[in-house]
Design a binder for this molecule. Structure first.
Ligand SMILES: [Zn+2]
Ligand SMILES: [Zn+2]
Length: 415
């Protein structure tokens, strides 16, 4: 089996890995690079993969998408429309609903849903996906066999979130002495970050919310469902209604009934951010999406008159925050990676919050494997070769594990 990491040997994000035999070519992830922190977007830079794109003669047999984060799926709209895509059902649904809100195309390629533990045959390859714990919902790792060789790809994963047992099960399922382990190493360059569990974050959020008799805002990603569930539980326990925006309401409505969502949980209200609402009403489909949850609507006037709510916000919602009066002394939970504080939208929002004396606290934990988890996976499966990906520090792997390969993007590795 041949492995080419087209992107990811020296960087976090934009992952694209090719596996091939004589007859079959598979891709693991088709990610877009993460934009620099001071910019919202980045010009898409396509990895050089023959037979992958729209205008090529199709020569890739399948793309396995580990999860729906843009740095793993972001270039999917550029691929040849006949290449089959393998992805989790919920991950696809979140991708497609987000596409409707951002003006991207939904995925129209043939799709097969990943089912944890269920083996798939793709040409020469046998692939078994395993659900893993990650900040992106419905994320998978893979065990892959071909030509008598056995490899594993972790995707993005961790073992300190709500799906910790899933990662534990994957870990135990990797055969000992496997030929190669492709493992994410995001935290190698963030080694000083504290790694708390999602339950610890939830508990601290509850303590903060229950100690205040003013509104609480939470700055977090709408698609970090583990975190959102924790914030919902903390809000409920501290007797607050939970306010989400219309986009988040649509994301949640794609998920199973046990996940908080407006029409299944009675203490959830839906806010319509000004700029998003204006843009969505420009098209017929957009207007339809906006109306779906209007019976749960809550406006800024009502919010200005209440103290008993917890509202999720994003960096783009500064205007809306300014529109809600009476916020002096309210609370803001910063629940994103600390690096995002440098982005101009987040910075502006936090500056505004400080200027009106909101109390700001940091409550966040990484979506990625801690050093301890990485060490544990490697100790458990004792791989012959370790290929670090999704990392800025492959050399740290090599320093720690003698069988780690510091590869270059585009270089063939034979296992
Ligand atoms: Zn990633
Ligand atoms: Zn991810």
């Amino acid at each position: 089996m041949n492995i080419i990491v087209h992107r990811g040997t020296q960087q976090i994000g934009g992952t694209c890995i090719e596996l091939s035999t004589k007859n079959t070519r598979l891709l693991l992830d088709i990610g877009q690079e993460l934009p620099p922190l001071n910019e919202d977007r980045i010009e898409p830079k396509m990895p050089l993969v023959k037979g992958l794109y729209h205008d090529d003669i199709k020569a890739v047999d399948a793309i396995l998408v580990s999860h729906g984060h843009g740095d793993h799926i972001g270039l999917v709209e550029h691929v040849h429309p006949e290449i089959p895509i393998y992805i989790g059902e919920k991950a696809l649904r979140i991708y497609n609903v987000t596409a409707q809100f951002t003006g991207r195309n939904e995925i129209s390629n043939p799709v097969t849903y990943l089912v944890s533990g269920k083996e798939l045959k793709i040409g020469d390859f046998s692939v078994t996906p395993y659900l893993v714990d990650h900040s992106g919902f419905d994320s998978y790792a893979f065990l892959i066999k071909a030509g008598g060789k056995f490899i594993a790809y972790t995707g993005d994963f961790r073992e300190h979130g709500r799906k910790k047992p899933a990662t534990g099960y994957f870990k135990k399922s990797i055969p000992s002495g496997i030929d190669a382990l492709l493992i994410e190493g995001t935290m190698m360059s963030r080694i000083n970050e504290t790694v708390e569990t999602e339950e610890e974050i939830e508990q601290k959020a509850f303590e903060f919310m229950s100690a205040k008799d003013k509104p609480i805002f939470v700055l977090q990603s709408s698609t970090n469902i583990d975190r959102l569930v924790g914030m919902y539980k903390a809000a409920k326990q501290s007797k607050r209604i939970f306010v989400i925006d219309i986009y988040t309401a649509h994301v949640l409505s794609q998920l199973q009934d046990s996940i908080p969502q407006p029409d299944k949980f009675k203490d959830i209200k839906v806010f319509y951010p000004r700029f998003l609402t204006n843009r969505m009403f420009e098209t017929e489909n957009g207007a339809k999406l906006m109306k779906r949850f209007n019976r749960f609507w809550i406006g800024k006037e009502e919010l200005g008159n209440r103290n008993d709510f917890c509202m999720l916000i994003r960096g783009s919602m500064l205007y809306d925050l300014q529109g809600v009066g009476n916020l002096h002394g309210s609370g803001l939970i910063y629940s994103l990676w600390s690096g995002y504080r440098k982005t101009h939208k987040v910075k502006r929002l936090l500056d505004y919050a400080s200027s009106i004396s909101m109390e700001i606290i940091d409550l966040h934990t990484s979506g990625h494997a801690s050093m301890e988890t990485i060490q544990d996976v490697i100790d458990t499966c004792k791989p012959k070769k370790i290929i670090p990906v999704h990392t800025e520090e492959p050399e740290l792997f090599a320093g720690k594990f003698p069988n780690a390969i510091v590869a270059k993007d585009g270089e063939a590795i034979i296992v």
